[in-house]
Design a protein around this ligand. Structure first.
Ligand code: MN
Length: 291
């Protein structure tokens, strides 16, 4: 006998605000925001673009530090080049993912690819920050670069799901995470519906970046749906009838339930650890990128 899944209700629908990041590129950021400092275990979500840039217009995030959490970059258009003080280098293009564990500390740069900086081009991508459990904040930095061909795609009734992390519909994403985290990209054709099982204890949210849908509350492009925890063991997503497919990131994870002290690029557990991080960075102890 199969127990039917019960569907979660919506806690809040947050509209992303526009802000500048790095050297001055615009992002849409649903959180953090006043009143929603984090959605445990997630600390930040940014959508960069989609934007069509002319020659010399592309801006990135030159050398800067992180400590205590993970930065996850998912590119849909264009390419982002990465280099860090742990000696990792890479370039990710459409459909690729970079999952970087800053851990004890790293200095990295995230820049549009040289060809886009020089010639211009289209950029579209996401950055998610995932907190590390307190016990893992001092783990050595780790860099996982996942090619689009290694991300499983599951056919849905009227759509497709890409499984970056976690398990969905029999497919498991290739990323190794420090705590249970799911990262799905769903594309649903107009009128299509999908159900996604979620651990009742986990935080779950969906960011809409194309089309509009029901969760069951309505949400449109640029809005983040946050479901109530413990209100069900699945979420239902329906694409509105219309011309555009519904594009959505579905993110879920086990809340850490630990104290969070954050300041800019550092996310630790206490204010003293933040001061230590700033001092370590200023003293050069997070290293530098070899060039
Ligand atoms: Mn960064």
């Amino acid at each position: 006998m199969v127990t039917p899944l019960s569907l979660r209700t919506v806690d809040e629908v947050l509209t992303a605000h526009r802000t500048l990041e790095g050297a001055g590129f615009e992002v849409r950021r649903p959180f953090p925001r006043p009143g929603r400092d984090l959605i445990d275990p997630f600390l930040l979500l940014d959508e960069m673009g989609p934007v069509d840039l002319g020659p010399g217009q592309a801006k990135g995030a030159p050398d800067h530090p992180h400590r205590g959490f993970e930065t996850v970059t998912y590119v849909l258009a264009g390419a982002i080049e990465h280099a860090d003080s742990a000696g990792n280098r890479g370039s990710i293009g459409p459909g690729d993912v970079q999952w970087m564990t800053a851990g004890a500390g790293v200095v990295h740069s995230e820049e549009p690819a040289a060809a886009i900086r020089q010639l211009g081009g289209r950029l579209h991508g996401f950055q998610l920050w995932v907190n590390l459990p307190r016990a893992d904040k001092w783990t050595p930095p780790r860099y996982q670069e996942i090619s689009t061909v290694d991300i499983p795609e599951v056919a849905l009734d009227g759509g497709v799901a890409r499984v970056v992390a976690g398990t969905f519909a029999g497919a498991t994403g290739p990323v190794r995470t420090h705590s249970p985290v799911s990262y799905l990209h769903l594309t649903l054709q107009p009128g299509a519906q999908a159900g996604v099982p979620i651990d009742p204890d986990h935080t779950a949210m969906a960011y809409v970046f194309g089309g509009s849908g029901t969760f069951p509350d309505p949400a449109v492009d640029g809005q983040l749906v946050v479901w109530h925890r413990h209100s069900g063991d699945a979420v239902a997503i329906g694409a509105d009838d219309g011309e555009a497919p519904l594009e959505v990131l579905v993110l879920a994870g086990a809340p850490l339930g630990e104290p969070v002290a954050r300041h800019g690029p550092f996310v630790m557990s206490t204010r003293a650890e933040i001061i230590e991080a700033v001092e370590d960075y200023q003293a050069g102890r997070l290293g530098r990128i070899a060039r």
